[in-house]
Design a protein around this ligand. Structure first.
Ligand code: GCU
Length: 622
């Protein structure tokens, strides 16, 4: 009975897909059945690395640049089988070994290779990394190697043995190496390849630099035999502000344990028991100050199982929608935001540490923002934890960007995996209020089916947050734009990117435009803006000048003020950023210049227009 009901519903979806002019319903039925047979990924990701026992492997790593992947394929382009690039030294003087890590150059980890060496600026291919380490063997302990992120595909070897692989450049992953290492002279080899691929997430075309490498921290994590692998502790979304709910997962043979949760500031202590699967259901009452931008209250939470203890700092808040309102702790809120790419301010290259995050969020605070959209992929954990402390709400997104291979089931599995990894890493951060499924994806039935799968995945992993996506408006006529993308039905908050006055017409066009939507939902105008080269001046119709960008912002803000269901804005973008799609000499030089701040940290005229607008909103508490 159930399956008939599901299929009927799906057929209805296909009919609506056909209504959107797509004809082959049967194919999509097959796709649907296949897609639904893909089990939701359970990641074995360990959460809250910050507060765990660990040894850093950051620093200089030996590298071998391997454009033809000769460390992997022989001259017949047949895989050589593991082990070719994995030994340190030639065994005897007559051995024919054509590589040597010991004499090879080095690269910094964490760090992308493109900004570390000018000859690798455009490099897309394979680089082999090697790091040797000693590690004291301790009984009854388990050890994992944890990567904050590797762009794009990583193959991991320890002492010549393959321990795992990972695809996706912006989310963490870990592998257990217990029993696979010795006290001295271990060597970890990582084959990193950042070549873009049609079935990838992201796919071939993006408007950001494809920084390759081991771009975030690498640590060896030491945990007890049975340890606290993952947990989620948050306010119940129902009305009462004292109801805390969540769960906890133990990993190891001692699955049945007593677990105590202590909240330092309140002295609260709550005892629970784990079941046969090592799972604990958390449910308790506590009178807590709610987290908000005005008061980013964070509590020191101590989670004590019989065999393991983890501490964390957690804020408690409610985020929901009501009609076209976004409610934070039950109060309507306007999201005064800005988009950010994960590029190190001033230094260039991929940002990865707290200092980078601090510079970016200082500018965000100066702009009078209370919200950031981290585009278009999960950024490093430092900026999320800093936003938590500074009281800045966060939109996080996975790089389902432009023309993804919607009908490829591996591509869907990859997107689901990235979504699971970012939610696992950040679900205890109060600052994160929105999970975004995609950016500017062209309408089609396969796309709708794909993205619906992601919204379902996100809701099943985290029912406490809002789901969104950056949609595109539909042109009705010269003065009317409507947001009626069918995906809107499955979102809590609509995001919309528009470039009126830049890719379409001149800035004053915005004055004539009215916005409509078919949904009774809040809108965040998730992108708008114009390129300007800092220091280039002209009249307000001179493209690339600061005056043009400034004028565009003025006209945009006037248009936005008229939209009754607008509840947030994240203009494109805080700082200029590298893009391989921007070759215009002397103006772009491979920079997207839509930043309000230049790559040297100089504020453009439009920066002050937005700063003032947000100040007014803040003052009028809209
Ligand atoms: C798009 C896209 C951005 C891009 C921007 C631009 O909307 O989402 O990634 O950089 O427009 O063209 O500058």
């Amino acid at each position: 009975m159930l399956i008939q009901r599901i299929i009927k519903k799906k057929i209805f979806r296909i009919e609506s897909a056909q209504a959107m002019g797509v004809h082959n319903g049967f194919i999509y039925l097959v796709i649907l059945l296949i897609i639904n047979s893909i089990p939701a990924q359970q990641t074995d990701l360990i959460t809250n690395i910050d507060n765990r026992q660990k040894i850093s492997l950051d620093g200089n790593w030996q590298i071998i640049i391997d454009p033809y992947e000769s460390g992997y394929y022989d001259y017949r382009y047949q895989p050589r089988g593991d082990g070719y690039f994995l030994n340190r030294k030639p065994a005897t003087k007559s051995d024919l070994i054509e590589y040597d890590f010991d004499t090879s150059p080095q690269l910094q980890v964490p760090g992308d290779w493109n900004s570390q060496r000018s000859d690798l600026f455009f490099y897309e291919g394979t680089i082999w990394y090697l790091r040797s380490f000693n590690y004291p063997l301790t009984a009854h302990k388990r050890v994992f190697v944890y990567f904050g992120a590797v762009n794009y595909a990583a193959e991991i070897y320890l002492n010549g043995e393959k321990i795992g692989s990972h695809e996706g450049g912006f989310t963490p992953f870990n592998f257990e190496i217990t029993g696979k290492f010795r006290e001295k002279e271990n060597f970890l080899v990582v084959k990193v390849n950042n070549q873009r691929r049609p079935q990838g997430v992201p796919t071939l075309m993006t408007d950001w630099w494809n920084y390759g490498g081991i771009t975030r921290e690498v640590v060896l994590l030491e945990v007890p035999e049975t340890f606290i692998q993952d947990y989620f502790i948050q306010l119940k979304n129902e009305r009462t502000a004292n109801d805390i709910t969540g769960w906890l997962k133990l990993n190891g043979s001692r699955s049945r344990q007593k677990v105590k949760i202590e909240i330092n500031q309140t002295g609260g202590r709550y005892i629970f028991s784990s079941n046969e699967q090592g799972l604990v259901t958390i449910d308790f009452k506590a009178k807590l100050k709610l987290w908000s931008p005005e008061n980013p209250a964070l509590y020191a939470v101590r989670i004590c199982a019989e065999t393991d203890t983890v501490t964390d700092t957690i804020g408690f808040r409610k985020i929901e929608t009501k009609g076209s309102d976004i409610l934070l702790n039950g109060q309507p809120v306007f999201l005064r935001g800005i988009c950010i790419h994960e590029e190190a301010p001033l230094r260039g290259g991929r940002a990865w540490n707290e200092a980078d995050a601090q510079i970016l969020l200082n500018w965000v605070k100066e702009l009078n923002c209370n919200f950031i959209r981290l585009a278009h992929y999960p950024h490093n954990e430092h900026i999320i934890r800093l936003a938590d402390r500074l009281g800045i709400m966060v939109w996080e997104e996975i790089p389902v960007y432009w023309t993804i291979s919607w009908q490829d089931t591996n591509t869907l599995a990859l997107a689901k995996r990235q979504l699971t990894e970012v939610i696992t890493r950040d679900r205890n951060r109060a600052a994160v209020i929105l999970w975004s499924m995609a950016n500017e994806t062209p309408l089609s039935a396969p796309r709708l089916i794909f993205l619906r799968e992601l919204t379902n995945q996100a809701r099943s992993l985290d029912p406490s947050r809002l789901i969104t996506a950056a949609l595109e408006e539909r042109y009705v006529d010269k003065t009317t734009r409507v947001i009626d993308d069918p995906l809107g039905e499955f979102l809590d908050v609509l995001g919309c990117n528009e470039y009126i006055g830049w890719y379409e017409g001149l800035p004053e066009l915005a004055d004539q435009i009215n916005w409509q939507t078919v949904y009774n939902k809040p809108l965040i105008m998730s992108e708008f803006g114009a390129d300007a080269l800092y220091g280039l001046h002209g009249d307000e119709l001179t493209r690339w000048s600061e005056e043009y960008q400034e004028s565009l912002y003025k006209h945009q803000l006037n248009m936005l003020k008229k939209i009754s269901f607008l509840r947030g804005t994240t203009p494109w973008i805080l700082t200029d950023f590298r893009s391989p799609r921007r070759p215009l000499t002397y103006i772009q030089d491979f920079w997207n210049r839509k930043g309000l701040i230049s790559s040297r940290g100089e504020k453009k005229k439009a920066y002050f227009i937005l700063q003032q607008y947000y100040q007014e909103l803040q003052r009028t508490k809209k």
